[in-house]
Each structure stands twice: as C-alpha cells, then as structure tokens.
Design a protein around this ligand. Structure first.
Ligand code: SAM
Length: 402
C-alpha cells in the first residue's frame, strides 16, 4: 500500500515512522510520503489561505496550491492507477471500522489535511470527477487540523493490511468487528489486588470461554454503546438461531451493498423461474440502487463465520412496518433462519405502529406458506411489470382495532 499525506505541518506526521506503521514501512508493506503543501505556493510568504467569500470568521485554504499539489501527487502511475483521495473533515461521513476495512484493500490513499476553516469546496468537487474521493470525519468534534485525523485513520487502516499485524487472529474479535465491542481481557497474575480473573477463562473449556466472551461482548455493547443497535439485535436473534455456529447479526453498512446484491440475485432466481419473468427488483437492481436502499431502509445482515447468509430490511410506512428482501442463502434454507429473521424484523418495529406489511410473488408457494404460518394474510393482489404479486398484512397483537 502507498499513502501520501499533504499538510502545511508535515512534521506533525512524524509518528508515521514509529511502531506498527514504522515497521510496515521498513518491511516494505507500506510506503508513506509526506508533503508540505507550501511547496506548491509561489509567493514569498508561501500563502495557502485567504478570507472567506460571503464573510465570516477565519480563513479558508485557497484552491490553487491544493490543485497543483494534488495534480502532482495524484498523477496516475504507469499502471494507470489513481489514488483514493481522503479529505478529513468534521462534516464528513463518520470514519468506522467498516470503512477502515474497505480502505485497507486500496493500493493507494492520499490524505489532504486541511487547516483554518477548511479547504475551498471546489477542490473536493474537482477531484471527485477524476478519482474516488471520501470526506471522512473522525468524530463529532472539531480538531485544529486534519493531521490528527489522518494519523488515526492511517493507523486504523494500516493495521488491517494483511501482514502488518503478526497474529491476524487478533483482528477477528476486536471492538467494532461484527458491530460489537470486545470482551474484557486479562493476563497474569490470576489475582491482582484482590481481584480474580474470571474462573471460566482459566477452565481450559474452550466452548465455555467462547460463550462467555460472546455474552460479554453483547452485554458490554448494550451497556456502553446502546447506539450500536446491533448489540440488542445480537441478543434477540441469538436465542432464535442458536443452531448456527458463529452467527452474527448486524446492521448493514455501505460496504455490505455488494454482498447483499449478490445474495439477492441468488435468492430470487427461483422466484424468477416460478413467475417466468426476471423483471423482479431483487434481480434487476444494480449496485447504486443497493447502496441507496441502505440509507432508506433499516437493513440487517446475518453472517456465519464471516459469510453473508441472510438479510432482511424494514421501514415505517404510515402506521405500518414494511418488511422486505427477506433472504437466506439457498444452501441454508429450510432451517428456520428465514422465520427467525422475519420475527426479528417484526421485533424491531417502533412501538406505536399497528401492523406489518410485505409483498411477495403470487406464485412463491414456499414464502406464502411461511408468511401464513407467521400470521400474515393476503390483503391485495397486484402486478409488477407482468409479475403477479400479493400484499400481505399482519396486525400487531396489541392493535386495538383487531
Ligand atoms: N470550519 C470547519 C467546520 O466547522 O466544519 C472546521 C475546520 S477545522 C478547524 C480545520 C480542519 O481540521 C478541517 O479542514 C479538517 O481537516 C480537520 N478536522 C477538524 N475536525 C475534524 C474531524 N472531526 N474529523 C476529521 N477532520 C477534522
């Protein structure tokens, strides 16, 4: 991997010589180049900023030095490769472990570290037309410059690059992997200041240790990060799906879109055959649609040992909870996972809704059987691009109108 960082304080980036990143550089896994933005100025004062149009406090970074610097640093390599440009900013997409994983697969990243009130907006626009550009925020607070954000992101990304961490297993159950925080960890001595290491960890019973750790991850996440809805999700679904080892249910993130699309195609193929038409959205959607659906629906994915094996999504429509794209990998169907996911999606409905609704193909006998057993009744028949469909409804048990 190659990383370039542009800043008016290149000395700020000296930690990139230390520890894990320093070692990755020395072993050749990583090349890092830092650049002083002022090298692309042409006046004696090496000016990079000016007053903001429209007035207001502070100064804004001028586009010209950024343009010249980025043109030179991001010049395509012999293999026509262009970098992914990362612009740290408090108004960006929150940087997460999932994004770190995605970026760890990129061969070349360029970080543009702003200062003052930020960089003239036209710079991001200019490069968005030429290469992948991401404006990423380290968190909901304002730093003085992008250098600390770049250092944090680079460290999170680089440690995921294969070979950088000696024991790759240590990445598997970390905080924010699978949407959960890590379990508590202990080392010797067994008793310290009267506090004992939990007995199960010294029992040698690997099954019991794995169970204890998973439970700790769920409880710790629910207690410390209730915003990570996955913690509660994990607790509920765990009970229903205990027969599938290593199962994880998480809220889908943008990086899941490709896999969800692939699984949809595999799952809806039979529906296409049954209806003698492949004009079914789950088969015709493209990646852009899959990505945009993730922002308009609440989508969950189920993974077993890392593999995406199921998914469901839901959203509020009036007083109803609209459930859709319930899917289970074809080789794992018939084990109760679809029914458990349906119950799971129902349980996620806001309290004030009166019922659930969904649509399926009129000839999807298996689906219709499952929905009927789950309490759904057909309320309407319709036609989607020549494919007959049915709308189903299930009242919530507390619905006073029933
Ligand atoms: N006026 C800007 C605003 O309110 O969005 C804040 C500019 S900040 C003082 C200067 C620079 O610090 C930004 O251009 C960005 O490079 C960096 N920065 C500040 N907070 C950040 C955060 N939470 N995440 C990433 N970068 C940040």
């Amino acid at each position: 991997m190659r990383i370039d960082v542009l800043s008016i304080f290149p000395d700020y980036l000296q930690p990139l010589d230390l520890s894990l990143i320093g070692r990755a550089r020395r072993t050749g896994l990583l090349q890092v180049h830092t650049h002083d933005l002022r090298d692309w100025t042409h006046d004696r004062q090496r000016t990079v900023d000016d007053t903001p149009y429209g007035g207001g406090a502070g100064m804004v970074m001028r586009p010209e030095p950024w343009g010249e610097a980025l043109d030179e640093v991001c010049r395509a390599t012999e293999s026509d490769q262009l970098p992914h440009l990362i612009v740290p900013g408090p108004g960006g997409t929150p940087f997460t472990q999932a994004i770190a994983h995605t970026l760890a697969g990129e061969p070349w990243l360029v970080f543009a570290c702003g200062r003052y009130e930020g960089i003239d907006e036209r710079v991001v626009q200019e490069y968005t037309d030429r290469m992948p550009v991401s404006v990423l925020s380290l968190g909901d607070y304002v730093l003085g410059g992008g250098e600390v954000a770049a250092l944090a992101m680079i460290e999170a990304i680089v440690r995921l690059v294969p070979g950088v961490i000696g024991n790759a297993d240590s990445l598997v159950e970390e905080s924010h992997t699978g949407g959960l925080l890590e379990y508590p960890v202990y080392t010797k001595p067994p008793v310290w200041r009267g506090q004992e290491v939990p007995a199960v960890l010294r029992s040698g019973d690997h099954g019991a240790i794995a169970d204890w750790r998973r439970q700790q991850r769920l409880e710790r996440t629910a207690a410390r990060r209730p915003d990570l809805a996955t913690a509660a999700d994990g607790l509920q679904v765990d009970a229903a799906l205990h027969d599938l080892d290593g199962l994880q249910v998480q809220l889908a993130v943008p990086a899941d879109a490709g896999e969800i699309l692939t699984l949809s195609r595999a799952c809806w193929l039979q529906e296409g055959r049954d209806h003698e038409s492949f004009a079914i959205p789950a088969l015709t959607d493209d990646l852009d649609q899959a990505r945009s659906d993730l922002s308009s629906w609440r989508t969950w994915v189920v993974r077993a040992d890392g593999r995406l094996i199921g998914s469901v999504r839901a959203r509020q429509v009036g007083a109803l909870w609209d459930i859709g794209r319930l899917m289970v990998a074809p080789d794992l169907q018939g084990r109760g996972l679809g029914r458990a996911l349906l119950e799971f999606a129902e349980a996620a409905a806001p309290d004030d809704l009166t019922g659930y609704t969904l649509i399926t193909g009129a000839r999807s006998a298996g689906n219709l059987r499952m929905y009927r057993r789950a309490g759904y009744r057909i309320t309407e028949r319709s036609d989607y691009h020549g494919v007959p469909t049915v709308g189903l409804h299930k009242p919530r048990r507390s619905d006073p109108t029933i």
